[in-house]
Design a binder for this molecule. Structure first.
Ligand SMILES: Cc1ncc(COP(=O)(O)O)c(C=O)c1O
Length: 443
């Protein structure tokens, strides 16, 4: 299934509609150019180069606050854990730890980054459908709060690790059982995770078996259940069905209800607000789960997507076969969401958001990348005012799963990450160098 978001806008959007996709607080300068976090895009491009991933730090902090305060107001003793796969960069871990969020990690690398960034291990939740012994050992040794049991091998490995621990008997490790609730939300099938046939978690009968085994364990402490049904979900109803499914398995002190809320990528997307999502989820928890149970949620995409903007430079403009191809200096090397899921992104000429030279609506264009595949499209069917080589192109809503999925196709150097706030910009990840590309090569 393709996402509904792949369709282009039928008419050119107004400048205000366009601005509405950029991080809250984005403005235009008198010359019509964008200011992200108060920084003019021309200055950002001159200082940090292109392509670059810009993050409006204030917008990200506000979003984290809406999640943390919103959940705390609805369910005391709750925790928001950042699903760090969405943006696994130490500056982002640090920022979100400062905002009081916990972290969900999937793999030893994300665990190492979270710990290096100073995340309190007690606030770390460990995931994975194929957890190696070394990953589990690192998690136990770090003292992580919770490990999510995805399968029976996880139980065997953890039991074994805890039994092997030297010295006096170690404390019991807190665990959750990941439940596959057989709920399929309406999103791209590559990012559905809670349906029968998913590789993640245990269907209800197997979950019951795992619960029984864990209840009999002296080394593992079963704290509760976990459920996560997928990503870019634009409706609250499937989340409620997932809560109902886990409620069938009995009463526990902790329920981790996962992430999955969608981001607003396009003019037509209408995801529930953070508050509407929290209302629906906590209403279901209030009705179906024990009153004093601790609720955890793990937003990734909806937490970080909307604070990110990718900035590119136009290299060529080609009018051919009825199409206008605007080719930029990045593409599927820094944004794989289009080729992987057909996710639609909008785009703007960053210096002419408000003031098309002649007031014309712009030309319908296909913004393409520099990589050697025809699928290397950033945005098809966007209206751009008289695009020219040298123009800056801004693609909004790129804070989630772009940094994580960035790659070196065509030996492209991965872009820097630049935090922008109150008119100041600071790189928190530098651009890769050609030397970086060769650093792992052996003579
Ligand atoms: C276990 C788990 N929790 C949370 C998330 C975050 O999902 P999203 O980024 O859609 O909020 C994921 C992502 O796939 C996940 O696998």
């Amino acid at each position: 299934m393709a996402l509904a978001t792949t369709a282009a806008a039928p008419v050119p959007p107004s400048p205000d509609a366009l601005l509405g996709l950029f991080p809250p607080g984005t403005t235009t300068a008198p010359d019509g150019g964008l200011r992200i976090g108060g920084c003019p895009v021309t200055e950002l491009a001159a200082r940090h180069g292109t392509p670059a991933l810009l993050v409006d730090e204030g917008a990200l902090r506000d979003r984290a606050g809406r999640y943390a305060d919103g959940l705390a107001a609805r369910r005391p003793d709750a925790m928001v854990a950042f699903a760090s796969k969405a943006f696994p960069c130490t500056a982002v871990y640090r920022l979100l730890a400062e905002e009081g969020l916990g972290v969900d990690v999937a793999g030893g690398g994300e665990l190492a980054l979270a710990l290096a960034a100073g995340t309190d291990p007690a606030q770390v939740i460990v995931h994975g459908n194929a957890k190696t012994e070394s990953y589990l050992r690192a998690a136990v040794e770090a003292g992580v709060g919770l490990i999510v049991i995805d399968n029976f091998d996880d139980i065997d490995r953890l039991e074994h690790l805890m039994a092997q621990a030297p010295g006096p008997r170690p404390r019991a490790q807190g665990v959750l059982v990941r439940v596959t609730p057989d709920v399929r939300p309406d999103t791209h099938e590559a990012v559905t995770t809670g349906q029968r046939g998913s590789k993640f978690g245990l269907l209800l009968p197997q979950a019951r078996e795992a619960i029984a085994r864990l209840r009999a364990s002296s080394r593992l402490r079963l704290d509760g259940l976990h459920v996560h049904i997928g990503s870019q979900i634009l409706d609250t109803e499937p989340f409620v069905r997932a809560v109902a499914a886990v409620a069938e398995l009995g009463r526990f002190p902790v329920y981790d209800l996962g992430g999955g809320l969608g981001a607003r990528y396009t003019y037509d997307d209408r995801p529930p607000t953070v508050e509407a999502y929290l209302d629906a989820l906590t209403a279901a928890a209030d009705e179906l789960l024990p009153a004093g149970a601790r609720v955890i949620i793990e937003p990734g995409r909806s937490l970080v997507a909307e604070s990110g903007v990718s900035l590119y430079r136009v290299v060529t403009v080609k009018r051919s076969g009825g199409e206008t191809f605007v080719a930029v200096d990045g593409g599927m090397g820094d944004n794989l969401e289009v080729p992987l899921y057909g996710q639609r992104f909008e785009a703007a000429v960053a210096t002419r958001v408000r003031a098309p030279a002649d007031g014309a609506p712009g030309e319908r264009c296909r913004v393409v990348g520099r990589h050697c595949e025809s699928g290397d499209v950033l945005s098809a069917g966007v209206y751009l005012p008289d695009p020219r080589p040298g123009d800056l192109i801004a693609v909004p809503v790129t804070g989630a799963y772009t940094y994580s999925l960035a790659n070196n196709y065509n030996a492209a150097r991965r872009p820097p990450v630049v935090f922008c706030r109150d008119g100041r910009s600071r790189p928190v990840v530098r651009r890769e160098t050609y030397a970086d590309l060769m650093r792992r090569d052996l003579p």
